[in-house]
Write a protein that binds this ligand. Structure first.
Ligand code: WT7
Length: 641
């Protein structure tokens, strides 16, 4: 290990043991994954690991003859050994709001809600939508679903009613849990009324029978008699025990919607046994989990990071999780550093966007906090620049903490490429090395594997337990999206560079997906929303580099009538169709878009023009109208202000 970046104290795994794991996962894969599955408690342990196949119809198959329950793994087995250990520390954004739940207490609350759901007629295999801010009930709701075999679908609080409706319809959710009103700094988000609007928009396609309202602010909200229920009233009626459903390893644990380059959001289906094994394995290995850790993953539970590292990984491993409702710098800068100091957080896992924002504050903010409880720091969602990495290491970690940059995706279920704390020497700016059992490869444009140093499409040659099994109700789309670009491989959508010694550097998406502050935004979704404005002929959304957010969204719009068109209408259409979080940095109103003769929009040019990167625009002769390029450059310049 390099002197500069070692973890303090003994890591659970030595670098040598870690390398042994990499070797045995590679050469004795089946035995290795069976052994890792023993991190969980099974009702019937699996006798086989994987029969996955990336060819033909594509089959993701893990622990197929095993039976278990995810909530038993996250609760009951820890209640049996250490009932009074703290499972969850929650702090609200207002001063003094704090709640500490032991494993026994969390178990009781999960069981009560699980009983409510059963009483409401939720059956194994039904979908339940969870639309809550970062309150304990959000986590309780996920585990309550898992307990009764319901498939949870956590929906982001920033989605518009239309965005929610689309996901409610696709998942056919039968019960929804929502907040009365959510808090976000000074802002109030009307969760319940937005949900009402969403259900109305679903019309006859809605399968929602009940809406359970969690009192987050205590605001009074309209309640529809017979359909809407108060969370406190419902759980009060139920017992603190609830038998857990026996689930097959391949039964879905949850769906999570994510954006791609085409079409509507896809509901990725994660399994119970494979996913939970991956969550437990990666949480333990990447973050060098220790029994007395206080683990704070700052992601919202509506993203995969929140599923795997707020809830399932740390709880499966019997850890203590920190959940904080508020923003990093509200009501004043340094709020999150105070949360760390007040609660003795030992592992802090966040996004590069948060690190960049903190870097912009006066260094006295971070220097006036102790942060001495910290042991490990992590980032996820986008590349972290070496500069931000060093700042994080030096100022937040005070030079004492391991920093893990973790590369992964909604589809992968958990971390795939990283410098596991204490085991792999990190290289600031690099995602570093694939975890044991992750068979990362780089392919060239012809689909041939690149050996040694090189740059290409990042693919996986073999399945791993955390791999999503399918897209909800659309396995063919799953196959098409991930397994046809490079037949025989899982294609991540990212490009990467590899050094001679096997370290990976992620170069970014090679498809039309934009990553704004770690939020994945499909350009097709933006364009569909813009198209609902009848004054628009067509539009193209592209990502440009952004100092704070990593990437910013820019939309080129061709209006029916130049001169009278109001670009604000585009913002409104995006806020209504997708959500406020997707409103672009900039809208350019243009006469036309650069297209090939066959009519395909050349986004590469738009990206360069929007980023004012006019070097090497390449061969323009294939464009239907090459003149449009100079015109666009001039228009962008004129509309810059
Ligand atoms: C995409 C996945 C994984 C949870 C959060 C995002 C980008 C993710 C890194 C990283 C460089 C990263 C990739 C990936 N990404 N982590 N450490 N370095 N890029 O999940 O919404 O599914 O997005 O985020 O482009 O494909 P997601």
């Amino acid at each position: 290990m390099s002197e500069a970046f070692v973890t303090p104290g003994e890591a659970t795994l030595s670098a040598g043991q870690y390398d042994d794991m990499v070797r045995s996962a590679h050469s004795q894969t089946e035995a290795f994954w069976l052994q890792q599955s023993r991190r969980l408690t099974w009702q019937t342990p699996p006798s086989q690991a994987s029969r996955s196949d990336f060819l033909n119809d594509v089959r993701i198959d893990w622990y197929a003859d095993g039976f278990l329950n995810a909530s038993e793994n996250c609760l009951d087995r820890h209640v049996a050994t250490h009932p009074d250990k703290t499972a969850l520390i929650w702090e609200g954004q207002d001063d003094g709001q704090r709640e500490v739940l032991s494993y026994r207490a969390l178990h009781a609350r999960v069981c009560r809600l699980a009983n409510v759901l059963r009483r409401l007629g939720v059956k194994k295999g039904d979908c339940v939508a969870i639309h809550l801010p970062m309150v304990a009930e959000g986590i309780i709701a996920m585990l309550a679903c898992a307990r009764i075999g319901a498939i949870h679908v956590v929906l982001f609080g920033g989605f518009s009613a239309e965005g929610l409706a689309e996901r409610l319809t696709d998942s056919a959710a039968v019960v929804v849990l929502t907040a009365d009103v959510a808090r976000r700094g000074d802002k109030r988000i009307p969760s319940k009324t937005t949900m009402d609007d969403a259900i109305t928009r679903c019309g006859g396609a809605s399968r929602v029978r009940h809406v359970v309202v969690v009192p987050v602010t205590g605001a009074s909200v309209p309640m529809q008699a017979g359909r809407d229920l108060r969370y406190e009233d419902e759980v009060a009626r139920e017992a603190e025990e609830c038998p857990a459903e026996r689930m097959n390893a391949q039964d879905p644990l949850f769906l999570l919607y994510t954006s791609g380059s085409t079409g509507r959001p896809k509901g990725l289906v994660h399994s119970t046994g494979g996913y939970l094994t991956w969550a437990a394995f990666t949480h333990a290995v990447v973050f060098d989990h220790k029994a007395d850790d206080i683990f704070w993953c700052t992601a919202d539970t509506s993203w995969i990071t929140g599923h795997t590292y707020v809830v399932y990984g740390p709880l499966a491993n019997g850890g203590t999780i920190m959940v904080y409702e508020g923003l990093p710098s509200w009501p004043e800068p340094g709020r999150w550093w105070d949360v760390i100091d007040r609660n003795g957080v030992t592992v802090f896992y966040t996004s590069p966007t948060v690190v960049r924002a903190a870097m912009r504050e006066d260094d006295t903010v971070v220097r006036s906090r102790s942060l001495k409880s910290l042991r490990i720091l992590g980032t996820v969602g986008e590349p972290i620049s070496p500069e931000a990495w060093h700042w994080f290491h030096d100022e937040v970690g005070k030079g004492r903490c391991a920093v893990v940059d973790t590369w992964w995706q909604t589809e992968t279920g958990g971390v795939m490429i990283t410098a596991a704390a204490g085991c792999v020497v990190p290289r600031p700016g690099a995602a570093s090395r694939p975890l044991p059992g992750v068979e990362a490869v780089l392919l060239d444009a012809q689909g041939t594997e690149i050996t040694g140093a090189g740059e290409g499409l990042l693919c996986m040659a073999r399945s791993w337990p955390g791999q999503a099994m399918s897209i909800w109700q659309d396995h063919e789309r799953f196959r098409q999206t991930y397994f046809t670009t490079c037949p025989g491989y899982y294609f991540t959508g990212d490009g990467a560079r590899r050094e001679e010694d096997g370290y990976y550097w992620i170069t970014g998406r090679v498809d039309d997906v934009v990553n704004v502050s770690g939020h994945r935004i499909g350009t097709a979704e933006i364009e569909d929303a813009v198209a609902t404005d009848h004054e628009v002929v067509e539009s193209a959304a592209v990502g440009i580099p952004h100092d704070l957010k990593g990437q910013g969204l820019v939309v080129f719009v061709v209006p029916r009538e130049q001169g009278v068109f109001d670009p604000e209408a585009v913002n409104r259409a995006i806020a209504a169709g997708v959500g406020r979080y997707a409103v672009p940095e900039k809208i350019y109103v243009v006469r036309d878009l650069p297209k090939t003769r066959s009519g395909k929009i050349v986004r590469r040019l738009l990206r360069k023009i929007a980023a004012h990167d006019l070097e090497g625009l390449g061969d323009l002769s294939t464009l239907a109208d090459p003149e449009i390029v100079d015109e666009l450059i001039a228009t962008v310049k004129a509309q810059e202000s």
